[in-house]
Design a protein around this ligand. Structure first.
Ligand code: C2E
Ligand code: MG
Ligand code: MG
Ligand code: MG
Length: 283
């Protein structure tokens, strides 16, 4: 029916599509306001040493604190933001907020650990990420080792010159690079080795297979052993059970993150975790 209506005429094929589009448009509108009104907040999730239980780093995870809808999680808005380019502003706000927060914690005399920041391919392709981050580090007088960058395999496999250049600059500055959701994309270990990445964060899909004896566990173990040979750190993401923790300790996977240790928490809860430092008893 839409075709019969003729070329050049904008026509919805069904109500479902128009509903989806409307939802997207209203979401975009709301998100733009959220950015303008500074409603984005950053939560932090500890990453700990598998053997000692000590705090190594924290991951910065953005949330939208909507006055009308409460806390909204990134899966509700990151995709939309990537499609319409708002991810660039969101990304800059996150970098700014993280740097400002680290400076506050430092001024409180806390022994702050590095914070890792999620960066999408779109942010790197734009070519302004490095400049913005290094500017913020200067502004808040922070050492580049205080931040780490998490990128997905997808940003790496495309092999865009702009992206490679951004990553080179970050590494030269002394910012650690981590590959997020590893195992779900199509990068090769050789490629990651050439890129000189510091760590691989293995996707929860594989972590959840640990201790089951299924193929996923075999894949997990293979990744750990290859990464070890290449001197790349391994982080198991999505650790939820004591059984998973025990298995990970037995297989020398260096670092873990997950609800078992701590969910992502607001910045105000972080000082207590930093002071505690050891988040579960050492082996
Ligand atoms: P990610 O970087 O892989 O982050 C890990 C996600 O797993 C987080 O979801 C975290 O809350 C969740 N998680 C942590 N521990 C567990 C666990 O034990 N079990 C399970 N099932 N999940 C766990 P969150 O915060 O909803 O973030 C989702 C994704 O949104 C992130 O995945 C990341 O790709 C993206 N994201 C978050 N913050 C930012 C940001 O500031 N910038 C960009 N570009 N993307 C972001
Ligand atoms: Mg991440
Ligand atoms: Mg991940
Ligand atoms: Mg992800």
């Amino acid at each position: 029916a839409a075709k019969a209506a003729g070329k050049g005429r904008f026509q919805f094929y069904d109500t479902h599509l128009s509903d989806t589009l409307l939802l997207k448009l209203s979401k975009e509108h709301a998100l733009r306001h959220a950015i303008e009104r500074d409603e984005l907040v950053v939560h932090y999730q500890p990453r700990v040493d598998t053997q000692s239980g000590r705090l190594l780093s924290m991951e910065a995870l953005v949330r939208w604190m909507s006055p009308s809808h409460g806390l909204i999680y990134p899966h509700e808005f990151i995709d939309v933001a990537e499609d319409n380019g708002m991810i660039l502003q969101i990304g800059e706000q996150v970098v700014q907020k993280v740097c400002a927060q680290i400076a506050i914690w430092k001024s409180q005399g806390l022994l702050v650990v590095p914070v890792s920041i999620n960066v999408t391919a779109a942010q790197l392709k734009n070519g302004g990420f490095y400049a913005y981050l290094s500017g913020c580090l200067k502004k808040y007088q922070l050492d580049p080792s205080m931040v780490e960058v998490e990128i997905t395999e997808a940003s790496v496999v495309e092999h865009s010159q702009v992206v490679m250049n951004e990553l080179d600059l970050l590494r030269l500055l002394g910012v650690k690079l981590m590959i997020d959701d590893f195992g779900t994309g199509y990068s090769s270990l050789a490629q990651l080795h050439r890129l000189d990445v510091d760590a691989l964060k293995i996707d929860p899909v594989f972590t959840s297979e640990i201790g089951t004896g299924r193929d996923g566990e075999t894949i997990f173990k293979a990744i750990v052993s290859m990464a070890k040979t290449l001197k790349i750190e391994i982080v198991a993401e999505g650790v939820e059970t004591p059984r998973q923790l025990q298995c990970l300790q037995a297989m020398a996977c260096n670092q873990i993150q997950g609800y078992l240790i701590s969910p992502p928490v607001p910045a105000k809860d972080i000082p207590a975790l930093i002071r505690k430092n050891q988040l579960f008893p050492a082996l």
